[in-house]
Design a protein around this ligand. Structure first.
Ligand SMILES: C[S@@+](CC[C@H](N)C(=O)[O-])C[C@H]1O[C@@H](n2cnc3c(N)ncnc32)[C@H](O)[C@@H]1O
Length: 438
């Protein structure tokens, strides 16, 4: 494959193209790079850039110069597949690389346009680009490093460039889990040992251990990726082992009433059923209903008794869900029950529709922060007008309110529970990986 690289600084690419596996790929003629300087297409003493229109100072490479460079390369090496680089482009990831490889692996000519200054005149990008790639949500001074980053990740997919295809296919982001931990000699380094099991010679056990370690790392550090992957049941089971046990409590006491005083509210059968069903869907261990009022406890008990006796015949799924419900008098009792069952005090995450000042505000992407302590997690939901201040202060974290593109967020607590469970623990397959569905 011929690769034209259009840049202001060909000298940046020279050592890159001669070194290591890319150097070998050139020697083996798997690729043939054609480094082209934009300066070759400017008249002597002509400026290569010109200012952008409108307010704001910035320079762009002149469209005619890019045009001449591209058309010259296409004439010389045949019609190319053209890739531009921009922070606004499609995010480079393994999926994009794999599908691009399938699409253009037999293409004779690939052309990369690496710009500088403020970027590229929009018309040039729209007219020529087959793909615009971003290497991440940050701004570099030019497209040269993104072009090299693309080349390193793209070329390793070609047979004969990286030693074993095996190592290309089993690395991070080619499946649901990132790569497992790897070790080499010496066996002991800085008093840290190579795990016994991977020296055991038992390939089956090593394979299992690697999968577990990879799942552990992915749950702890790349949960966003894992949640977006079309997992099969076996993969879900492996991952589940490393997600700490989650609980929810619905507070009917220690909540704010309409007049802003702290008081108690009544339980509703809808909250009991619907939140139990959401809790079951997202794998919560228990859903606690907190009320100290005897008559309210009786209402809950009656509903639970029904499900415990006639429930299995009536609706087995609803029975499974309602089976997760436990009644407590207050938050402290709930915390104590979890601590007794798991041997560790739970981390309390408060929820609220309002923005409060809290020492530890968290977002829906903060699982790894919360999970690093390896303790059970308890979501605390309020009825009435929300949790009382002293309950909010008792909680270790406060989740940001749920919001849309409106100024209305008065959700029922049932809806809020479902949304929060889903954002925190829900699998949300990304469309671009849908072809892995099994
Ligand atoms: C200073 S940047 C221009 C940034 C542009 N004005 C913007 O805000 O989107 C100059 C050039 O560097 C390259 N570049 C910078 N950051 C990049 C990134 N994250 N991914 C890909 N290319 C990038 C692009 O070629 C870009 O045109």
């Amino acid at each position: 494959m011929k690769i034209s690289i259009l840049t202001l600084f060909p000298e940046l690419f020279e050592p890159f193209l001669k070194t290591s596996l890319i150097g070998r790929a050139t020697e083996k003629k798997i690729i043939e790079a054609d480094l082209v300087s934009f300066f070759n297409f400017a008249q002597p003493k002509e400026r290569i850039d010109s200012p952008t229109f409108g307010p704001g100072s910035g320079m762009l490479i002149k469209p005619e110069i890019i045009q001449k460079a591209i058309e010259n390369q296409d004439q010389k090496n045949g019609k190319s597949f053209k890739i531009f680089f921009s922070p606004q482009g499609e995010k480079l990831n393994q999926k994009l690389l794999n599908s691009l490889y399938q699409k253009i692996k037999n293409q004779d000519h690939l052309l990369l346009v690496s710009s500088r200054y403020e970027g590229i005149d929009t018309r040039v990008e729209e007219y020529y680009s087959d793909l615009v790639i971003s290497v991440g949500d940050f701004v570099l001074m030019g497209g040269d490093l993104p072009a090299m980053c693309f080349l390193e990740s793209f070329l390793r997919l070609f047979p004969g460039i990286v030693g074993k295809t095996d190592s290309v296919e089993s690395e991070s982001f080619s499946g649901p889990f990132v790569d497992y931990p790897q070790y080499t000699s010496p066996l002991s380094w800085k008093a840290m040992q190579v795990p016994e099991i991977i020296r055991s010679g038992n390939h089956g056990l090593i394979q299992k251990w690697r999968e577990k370690m990879a799942a552990l790392k992915t749950v702890k550090k790349h949960f966003e990726w894992l949640k977006s992957y079309p997992l099969n049941q076996g993969e879900k089971n492996v991952a589940k082992e490393f997600i700490p046990p989650h609980y929810a409590v619905l507070m009917h006491n220690d909540v704010l009433l309409k007049d802003k005083s702290v008081g108690t509210t009544s339980v509703t059968s809808l909250d009991l059923h619907d939140i139990a069903r959401a809790a079951a869907t997202y794998g919560l261990k228990n859903y606690f209903i907190s009320t100290p009022l005897i008559d309210q406890q009786k209402v809950v008990q009656t509903l639970m008794d029904f499900w415990q006796t006639e429930g299995p015949q009536y609706n087995i799924h609803r029975f499974q869900a309602v089976n997760l419900v436990r009644m407590v008098n207050n938050l402290d009792e709930c915390v104590k029950l979890i601590e007794e069952s798991k041997g560790k005090k739970p981390i309390l995450i408060a929820t609220s529709a309002k923005k409060h000042n809290h020492a530890n505000l968290i977002t829906y992407f903060d699982q790894s922060k919360v999970w690093q302590e390896d303790r059970p997690v308890l979501f605390v939901f309020g009825t009435g007008h929300g949790l009382a201040q002293h309950i909010l202060e008792k909680c270790d974290y406060l989740l940001l309110p749920i919001e849309g593109f409106t100024d209305f967020n008065h959700l029922s607590v049932r809806s809020a529970c479902s949304i929060i469970f889903d954002r925190w623990l829900g699998i949300n397959i990304r469309e671009d990986k849908i072809d892995n569905l099994s």
